[in-house]
Structures are given as structure tokens and as C-alpha cells.
Design a protein around this ligand. Sequence first.
Ligand SMILES: *Cc1c(COP(=O)(O)O)cnc(C)c1O
Length: 369
Amino acid sequence: MTVRVWDYLAEYEAERPDLLDAVETVFSSGQLVLGRSVHGFEEEFAAYHGADHCVSVDNGTNAIKLGLQALGIGPGDEVITVSNTAAPTVVAIDATGATPVFVDIRADDHLMDTDQVAAAITGRTRCLLPVHLYGQCVDMAPLKELATRHGLTILEDCAQAHGARQGGTPAGTTGDAAAFSFYPTKVLGAYGDGGAVITSDGSVAERLRRLRYYGMEERYYTLETPGHNCRLDEVQAEILRRKLRRLDTYIAGRRAVARRYADGLAGTGLGLPRIAPGNDHVYYVYVVRHPRRDDIIDRLRSYDIQLNISYPWPVHTMTGFAHLGYATGSLPVTEALAAEIFSLPMYPSLTPDLQDKVIHAVREVLATL
Ligand SMILES: *Cc1c(COP(=O)(O)O)cnc(C)c1O
């Protein structure tokens, strides 16, 4: 039996009655768009974070794009972020007409090197966009300090960090707004696409509600600024409501898997995830590092185990972003890392038996390198 890098079918089996009831609830509600489920989920997701507002949207990419636009970011502005991220972070910045500016990452935890941010700030910088990659938070205190000093906004990319905390503070509540994705593989995943922005700024929330609804207020058929159609589907919202109640259980499951990997792979020479001080990690992915990554992946092929690389190509090296002008070698830590990392299977319902198959295979391959 193949060990998949991510799988939801066992979880679906366990939750089927609740999920099918969610579908029935929406189908029989008489309101299929922006109804009770969307508004209920928004209230509950904001409350989970202790934020004042949540505005749901159709996916995480648009959560970042609309989040930036609601913060007033547009053409001519610069947004500081990292190249070691999912391409959609940068695609969303580009879609606003703003220019992404990259800083390098830290070699130990692979997160934004906040020491490099000050030097990247120019007269055009308007926003800092930290990515809470793999499931733990970027060090927010120095970013907050820089934002205050230079009059910048902060949008947190929380697509991989639902339920993560830093010094007890929930991911997504330190900046001006935070964007989430509910893509199925995420820590809180829908059965299809979904996204949301949380904020405690009422005017940002109001702009977001217009931006996702053509630029109009929900009940008034006139608009001042054209927006988009980026609504979260009512069925996905109801499924997310049900799954939000189990989010802390999913996170506990991911942490148990991470612990078993850490125990089973200690002393093998494989670089294991490093948790930054004060962080509670939610393990969206379990990323390990080895200088002979490609050989290891090659040899693991015969074991029927799926692996993944998050991410094999730093965004600044992609042809579509060549116009940004980052030469190879310009972000050395990011580039070195991309050649050495790979991800082991990680999801809450991964059984100890399947996980032990992975641990055994990796140990065997490392021993014979
Ligand atoms: C998944 C992800 C996104 C994009 O979310 P979609 O819902 O797929 O549009 C953005 N940023 C990061 C870091 C992600 O992991």
C-alpha cells in the first residue's frame, strides 16, 4: 500500500455523516450564496483567533490579493516578502500591480530573515508580507517595530499556519490583516477551494466585503470602485464550520506524527525541523534536509512512499518572475535550501503503522548512502 504524502480519505470516512449533513444543510437552506453558513463561519473563524472580523473569499491567493488591496496596496508600491514560499504568495502581490521584493531566509528554520528587512525598505515600500511557512510563525516583533517606524502595513500569509501561535498569540493577529487558504491539504482544509482574511480593523473588513462582491455592498446595487467576484461557496463554508470545531484535534494529530518522526529519525544525519523559540508549530508539512536529497529520493522510489518538495524552485528563479531581476545567487540561503529539502508524508490521520514504514525506509536508505 502506497504511503501518500497527503491523504484525506480516512478522515472523510470518519467524518462522513457530519460532512454530508453539512451539504444537506446548505442545499435545503434556500440560500446558496453568502448565506447562513458563510456568515456563521466568518464569525466563528474570527472568534477562534480573537479577531474582530473575518471576510471569507474563494481561495488563499485571492485572500492575499484582496487583503493587500484592502490595505491600499497597488501599482507602484513595494511589498517585502520571501522567495521560499508557495508561488501564489508572489502571484497575489503581482496581481495587485505592486512589486514583490525578496529577502533571504534563515538557514535553521527556513523562515524570513527579519534582520534583512530594514535594508530592503525603500521610499516605495508599503507592506511587509511574512509567510508563516510549514506551520510556524515568522519572528513578528522586529517586523512590527519596522512597520511602526516606517509607517508600513503588515499582511501575514497564514495559508500554512492555521492555529499556530507565537508567544501564545495566534498566527494572523499581529499584523494589520492575515490571509488564509482552505485548500484541501491545509491544516484547515475544505473539500475544494476556500480562503479568508481576518483583521481587527473595521474599515479594512468593509473594503474586503466590497472587493469580494464586485466592489458593491451586499445589498446596494451601486459601487464606487470596481472589485472582483471572490465569494466563498456556501457548501465549503458549512464544511469549514464543521471542521473548525475539530481544528485543535487535527493539530494535535499532526504534532503526534511530528513527534514520531523526530524520535524515529534522530541521529540519522537527516536535518529535522527546527522550532524557533516561542513558536507552537502546527506541521502543515514535515520538511527535512540532507545534502544528498536527490539520491535519497531516488532510492526511496522502490519503497512505495510518496514524497514532496516544498519548494523545489524558489520563486525568484521562475521564468515568470525573471523581470524582477533577481540573478541566481542573489538569495543564497533560499537557493541552497531548495536543493536539499524534501517533505515526508504528513496528515493527522496518518497511522503509526504507515508512518513506521516511512521511518524504516528513510533509515535504511540513509544507512546505505
Ligand atoms: C496554499 C498557499 C497559498 C495559496 O492558497 P490557494 O488557496 O491555493 O490559492 C498561498 N500562500 C501559501 C504560503 C500557501 O501555502
